[in-house]
Design a protein around this ligand. Structure first.
Ligand SMILES: [Zn+2]
Ligand SMILES: [Zn+2]
Length: 163
């Protein structure tokens, strides 16, 4: 599957999967169309417009509710303190970031959610994460005591699903 890199490698602008403004080379190096690059600066290869990808709509429209994190059948939903909402439909990696405060960092193929431990719902989130096959509970405990970033879970590498 085409890798939809989320940002321009030249200016760092966000290029979400549905953006019509991304160009890519055959290695999926990704840039804004507006730089009018003649060729990929990394590999000198041809750049073409990236096809847009329509992201599946959430099964149920959820009103932005009070701050909190929820595990839903369609993924993870975060209502932030500022009223904005973040979603993650597919989980590839779980990190714990311990910098004065502890954060759950849920990383997906296209975006990530950074969830302060003080957010309502993190106890339920943790209970859910601990059931992921291969979740490293000892890393989690280490993260609670230490400073820095700790990877607690990664999606096991599997072969592409057979047709
Ligand atoms: Zn750019
Ligand atoms: Zn390239």
């Amino acid at each position: 599957m085409l890798e939809m890199r989320p940002v321009c490698e030249k200016c760092g602008r966000e290029l979400p999967p549905d953006s019509p403004d991304a160009v890519i080379c055959s290695y999926e190096c990704t840039f804004c169309r507006e730089h009018e690059l003649e060729a990929c600066p990394n590999c000198k290869g041809e750049l073409v417009r990236r096809p847009t990808r329509v992201l599946p709509a959430p099964a149920v429209a959820v009103e932005a509710g009070p701050p909190g994190v929820q595990v839903t059948p369609s993924g993870y939903l975060l209502n932030r303190q500022d009223g904005s909402q973040g979603r993650l439909s597919d989980l590839e990696k779980v990190e714990i970031l311990n910098e004065d405060e502890v954060y759950f960092v849920l990383i997906g193929p296209e975006n990530s959610l950074v969830i302060p431990q003080s957010t309502p719902g993190t106890a339920e989130l943790l209970a859910h994460l601990q059931k992921l096959p291969g979740f490293q509970h000892d890393k989690f405990l280490e993260a609670m005591d230490g400073q820095g970033r700790f990877t607690c879970w990664e999606r096991p590498a599997t072969a592409e699903s057979a047709p």
